[in-house]
Design a protein around this ligand. Sequence first.
Ligand SMILES: Cc1cc2nc3c(=O)[nH]c(=O)nc-3n(C[C@H](O)[C@H](O)[C@H](O)COP(=O)(O)OP(=O)(O)OC[C@H]3O[C@@H](n4cnc5c(N)ncnc54)[C@H](O)[C@@H]3O)c2cc1C
Length: 410
Amino acid sequence: MLKECEVLVIGAGPAGSSAAMTAAEGGASTLLIDRKKEIGTPVQCGEVVGETLLKSLKLNLPPGAKAMALDHTKFLLDRRIALTSREPYWKAVSLERKIFDKALAAKAAEAGAMVHADARLTDIEMRDGNVIEATIMHQGVETRVHPKVVIAADGVHSTVSRLMGVELFTEKAMAKGIEYEMVSNKRLPAGMQIFLEPEVGLGYGWIIPKGPRRANVGLAAIGLHGNRRDRLQEWLATNPMLMDMFDVDKVLEVKTGDAPLPGFLGGPRRGNVLFAGDAAGQTLAFVGEGIIPSYACGQGAGAVASAAVRQNDMSRLDCYERAIEDLLGNELSEGGDLKDSILEVWMDESIPAGDRTVLCGMLMSEVMFTDDLEEAKALLSMPQRAMVNTIKATLAKRKARATVSALHLR
Ligand SMILES: Cc1cc2nc3c(=O)[nH]c(=O)nc-3n(C[C@H](O)[C@H](O)[C@H](O)COP(=O)(O)OP(=O)(O)OC[C@H]3O[C@@H](n4cnc5c(N)ncnc54)[C@H](O)[C@@H]3O)c2cc1C
């Protein structure tokens, strides 16, 4: 039987566990629930986090959660151009998310929160815009609790959102993804590889090494039609680089999931409900980096919720948006701007599809910025060698820690 609580956190992903840990540390009686029987499993993620955010938040990874350090990112654009960035933003660490997520939930429990796996929110009762009762199915038993604050950290398909009638992410506002964890035929470079090409659609594909010969290989795209597994199989069977590196008969795990594009229409607070993580679209576009942003925003939600409970003043919940702004405002809004520019380029059908992916990749890798879009478009009319030389000159002028070369894989 679940016990009553002051703060109820739905979802024990990075957002929910950090929210519950912070709320419990702040002195609120806190209940963290997740519908999964084992927190962290199954994984629905590429499992990579940027080093810059990790460092700026001073987040120490739990023991065993780090899979591999990745010291560069290589962008492969339309099988024609390879851009390798060693800028700090493009250094990363791959994770074992099963270990990471479970360890975060354990930290919440150590901080004093009640934590329950196999506990699903099934219904809520609202009064005057606030949740006054939550119904939870816990190991087959239905319980009702009456929290003062609810933190909805229940992901892109948020049950809280749906039950409250708040607009959810539409098909156009989320990317559908699938990946295989695979064993490679060759030793992998210690870097992430990102593929932008028409074969992937409006999104990107990736190789994220988790060991010298083990990697997540997948793709995510907006409006991905048809069966996801077929799309990935087809990509693996037709992209020359993937064909060389991976054998479709060496698959350790299949992971699928949807990722929100940033920007939550209803705002991250509704009455006594704070939305955090994917449920609030708190991801960095266009890469869709959501693990650490969700963790950070969860902390913000937990701190604001416990302060409101401690002072018995629900108007304190108004501070949440400001807290997010202070924590990650720049990153979230820059990500939103980048997403808008990329979508604009992608929708411009006057540009051939392959060229659009080159342009989107130059924006995403920050070789070109939105202000340089006309300059970038001019590059497309050049022969490949002249294009590469011009990009080289731009990178040198900027003293960017990045290199560019021509690929001939079409
Ligand atoms: C294919 C793919 C690849 C990705 N790759 C990366 C990557 O490499 N790096 C990165 O930073 N981000 C990546 N992301 C995004 C990242 O996974 C998310 O941003 C992150 O997990 C969000 O954390 P969260 O805590 O908000 O939500 P989630 O991690 O989704 O957690 C939500 C939790 O809520 C629980 N829940 C849902 N409904 C209920 C309910 N009714 N009752 C109880 N519990 C409930 C779920 O079981 C789940 O555990 C990827 C996403 C996808 C889809």
